[in-house]
Each structure stands twice: as C-alpha cells, then as structure tokens.
Ligand binder design. Structure first.
Ligand SMILES: *[C@@H]1O[C@H](CO)[C@@H](O)[C@H](O)[C@H]1NC(C)=O
Ligand SMILES: *[C@@H]1O[C@H](CO)[C@@H](O)[C@H](O)[C@H]1NC(C)=O
Length: 98
C-alpha cells in the first residue's frame, strides 16, 4: 500500500497513479526477492498461485519477471479479456435495471 494506508493512497490522481497493475507486479518482484534474501532462500524456487485478478497477476509475473519465479497457476484469470462495445452497452443498460 503506497503511502502507508488506503486513505492517503486514494487521496488524489497523483497518489492513485501508483495503484497500477505494473506497480503491483514490480512490488511482487521486490517482495519475493527480499523474502528470499531475508530467509537465505535464494536457491528456493517460487511458484505463484492466484484466482481472478490474482491469477492475471500470477500469469503476468511470468511474462514480465520470468527470472523471479519458475511457474504460476492462474485460475479463472481472464488474461485475454477484451473490452467490446457490446459488453459496454450491456453493462450500461444493466445499471438502469439495477
Ligand atoms: C496528492 O497527495 C499527496 C500525498 O498527500 C501529496 O503529496 C500531493 O501533493 C498531492 N497532489 C496533489 C496534486 O494534490
Ligand atoms: C527484509 O529484511 C529487512 C532488514 O531487516 C527489512 O527491512 C525488510 O522489511 C525485510 N523484507 C521482507 C519482505 O521481509
């Protein structure tokens, strides 16, 4: 959590700009590397697991930082999801119904 807490991190556009997928992946790269160093476990292989958004992060970690982990399991992770006008219109219409 950048800035130490949610209230500060959600404060304005500048602080919100740190809450990106790229930043989350970079944070995991640092966290895993530090944990391995702190526990003298540099030789230990790491496998990531995640579901939904966490699954997408697990898959993208393998693409962006392939040297940090040896594998990942991405469950129910829509890594290939794409926006479409049809989807946009369906969601927009559903708000009126809700
Ligand atoms: C946004 O909030 C941060 C943290 O409090 C602050 O340092 C920064 O000046 C603020 N930026 C704007 C544009 O208000
Ligand atoms: C690793 O150890 C350093 C020094 O004690 C500490 O500052 C840091 O928070 C630790 N990192 C993790 C991810 O545990």
């Amino acid at each position: 959590m950048p800035y130490g807490n949610q209230e500060e991190a959600y404060k304005n556009a500048s602080t919100l700009s740190l809450l990106t997928t790229e930043q989350a992946l970079a944070s995991f790269a640092v966290l895993i590397t530090e944990l391995k160093r702190n526990f003298s476990a540099q030789a230990c292989p790491v496998v990531l697991f995640g579901g939904s958004y966490g699954g997408m992060l697990a898959a993208w970690m393998r693409l962006k930082y392939p040297y940090i982990t040896i594998g990942s399991l991405a469950s129910s992770a829509p890594v290939l999801a794409r926006e479409s006008v049809s989807c946009f219109n369906t969601i927009k219409t559903s708000w009126d119904v809700i």
